[in-house]
Design a protein around this ligand. Structure first.
Ligand code: GSH
Length: 312
């Protein structure tokens, strides 16, 4: 298999979700560390402007968003199944809830002063200021929970999850792990990174036991790679994963489009449409350093828009 390259950083919960999936699948992968905040010139060279973390690269194909990356990894390495039939369709809904609502509750809860002091211990004040400004700009227009709101809401969520595993099932949806386990695990992982505030988990011992089972999958076999080497691999790759624009979805192959997240960090990526289904959109773009790239996004959570060529 061509190298699986994960662009990520240590402290990113969505990256932890993917690292654990790679561990669950027992895969070997290359690790490229990306900056935690803008500017991210090597990220943008590969993605075309999408700045969120992580993203996956295989040759000159780039996959944005962990929901899509998880699908790609499951297709490349189908066993053990990441979407087992026995886990039912609710696994997708629980995963989506965890990637949005649970995540945006765990983050503001953990980033209360005691959590920040622990996570960013020793960081210079200029870094903290720049990080705060970066995230404020990235989430402009989003209403953030207060620490008090986040704490009570987390208690409700953790209580429901604790009840879900109280019958002794090893994983959230039953005997086998599924996508919901990895999506929920990232938020517990983040809260637990800050022991002074992770005390909120103390009443939920069965949930902690479940989390430890998921964490035990580990991260697979990791080898470091530089972003310059990743760009070089993209530039040297000829050909892409087959993609096609399905008819009846409102767009034509080759059309100029932009794709951007609809929740936060709404940086549009522009290119020519080369793939479109009900689940995925693929655009082609050229980068000076990365060559001819195909950038893939899921349809859920993203807006695909025609670039107007009309002049006024
Ligand atoms: N829906 C996205 C969310 C990704 C996300 O929000 N990642 C966070 C880090 S965990 C992020 O991008 N933070 C800003 C950054 O890394 O620049 C996914 O599933 O990949």
């Amino acid at each position: 298999m061509t190298d699986l390259i994960l662009h990520h950083y240590d402290g990113s919960p969505f990256s932890e979700k993917v690292r654990l999936i790679l561990g669950f699948k027992g895969l070997a992968w290359k690790s490229v560390k990306v900056p935690v905040m803008l500017p991210k010139p090597d990220v943008v060279a590969l993605t075309g402007g999408y700045r969120r973390t992580p993203f996956l690269q295989i040759g000159a194909d780039i996959w944005c968003d962990t929901a899509l990356m998880a699908r790609v990894i499951d297709t490349l390495a189908p066993k053990p199944a990441l979407y087992p039939h026995a886990a039912g369709e609710l696994q997708h809904l629980v995963a989506q809830w965890a990637d949005s609502t649970l995540f945006w509750t765990a983050i503001p809860y953990t980033m209360q002063p005691a959590g920040v002091a622990h996570i960013f211990e020793g960081a210079p004040p200029e870094f903290l200021k720049a990080f705060g400004a970066d995230r404020a700009a990235m989430t402009a227009g989003m209403r953030r929970l207060t620490t008090a709101d986040a704490a009570v809401q987390l208690l409700s969520y953790f209580g429901w999850l604790e009840s879900q595993v109280a019958d002794g099932r090893p994983f959230l949806m039953g005997a086998q792990p599924c996508i919901a386990d990895f999506s929920v695990a990232q938020s517990l992982w983040y809260v637990r990174r800050a022991p002074p505030v992770a005390t909120i988990l103390a009443p939920f011992q069965k949930l902690i036991g479940w989390y430890e089972r998921v964490a035990a999958f580990g991260h697979g076999t990791v080898e470091k790679m530089t972003s310059a080497d990743a760009l070089d691999i993209a530039a040297r790759t000829t050909g892409h994963v087959p993609a096609k624009v399905e008819p009846g979805l409102g767009f034509d192959a080759g059309e100029a489009v932009t794709v951007m997240p609809t929740d936060y960090a709404p940086d549009p990526v522009a290119g020519a449409l080369v793939g479109l289904t009900a689940h995925e959109v693929v655009i082609e773009r050229r980068d000076e350093r990365g060559g001819l790239l195909h950038v893939h996004f899921p349809r859920i959570g993203y807006q695909v828009k025609k670039v107007s060529t009309e002049t006024t």
